[in-house]
Design a protein. Structure first.
Length: 223
């Protein structure tokens, strides 16, 4: 068993539960990324697993200690760690938003490519062939500004929120999967919300077999 102390930077929508991700805190600084995964086939973290010893659920910016059985990298998702079943997570503190500045990647660091766009998105997916050459799936960026657009999806019969921003001199429009920020900005379809200098955790999902692409997701926003 291995115990890691991480600051949570994403606790996002995922089929069957949540996708949790954070950066390990090592010797007073930021270490590697960690994505806790469960023993179930879908690997999602359920509500019980993310309910900590103090009775509260994990939230973004919480500092938490988690016990793991093994490192389980899968393709470009090299950050995956298998949690120890039944071991409660322990909150030991909380980070202030501005303390994340030291974890942001350089402004010229690209967001995994070459990338293509979906119907609503811009540079929001990576083809399987390109994804197979990558060795990471999580990053933290801080664009100068971003806008969140509310779009109604008639096929799913619900709103989806898309985040537009410029990074490394390239424009992106990526789906938001942060449930807290989704609830905050889920207003009428067509609305656009501007935010200044947000910290954004970007995740590259697994390759979806039906499309042969891996989707980029805005898994966490800190303002």
């Amino acid at each position: 068993m291995t115990t890691k102390r991480i600051v949570c930077l994403a606790n996002s929508f995922r089929p069957g539960g949540s996708c949790v991700a954070g950066i390990e805190l090592v010797d007073g600084g930021f270490g590697p990324w960690v994505r806790p995964i469960s023993h179930r086939a879908n690997e999602a973290i359920n509500d019980e697993e993310q309910t900590c010893t103090d009775g509260t659920r994990l939230s973004v910016l919480d500092i938490v200690e988690i016990d793991f059985d093994d490192h389980r990298p899968e393709g470009h998702q090299t950050e995956n760690w298998l949690i120890t079943e039944g071991a409660r997570w322990r909150k030991v503190g909380r980070l202030e938003a501005e303390e994340l500045a030291g974890a942001v990647v350089p402004a010229n660091a690209p967001l995994w490519g070459p990338a293509t766009g979906t119907y609503n998105g811009t540079r929001d997916q990576v083809h399987r062939v390109s994804a197979e050459k990558l060795n990471s799936s999580l990053t933290l960026i801080r664009p100068r500004r971003a806008s969140i657009e509310v779009l109604y999806n008639p096929f799913k019969e619900k709103n989806q929120l898309w985040v537009s921003f410029k990074w490394s001199d390239v424009r992106h429009k990526i789906l938001l999967t942060d449930p807290v920020q989704f609830a905050r900005y889920d207003t009428q379809a067509g609305d656009v919300h501007d935010i200044q200098k947000p910290f954004m955790c970007i995740s590259l999902a697994k390759v979806w077999e039906a499309s042969g692409h891996a989707s980029k997701l805005v898994a966490g926003i800190v303002t």
